[in-house]
Ligand binder design. Structure first.
Ligand SMILES: [Zn+2]
Length: 61
């Protein structure tokens, strides 16, 4: 057994924080995921997903 404590290498926390801040302010990085047909409303909707936080949003066309 070893008592050595290996510190984690954190890969640029500043960049990560910047992205989260943008998301929290409502500036998500939306990426089009697909255009599923909404059966309930009978309309064609576009689905977006945020590349940073993974939030999902649908928009009617
Ligand atoms: Zn986001």
């Amino acid at each position: 057994m070893s008592d050595k404590i290996v510190p984690f290498r954190r890969p640029r926390p500043s960049q990560k924080h910047r992205g989260k801040t943008l998301c929290r302010r409502g500036f998500h990085k939306w990426v089009v995921e697909g255009t599923p047909f909404d059966v309930k409303s009978g309309r064609l909707v576009t689905r977006y997903r945020c590349a940073r936080c993974g939030a999902v949003r649908t928009e009617a066309r």
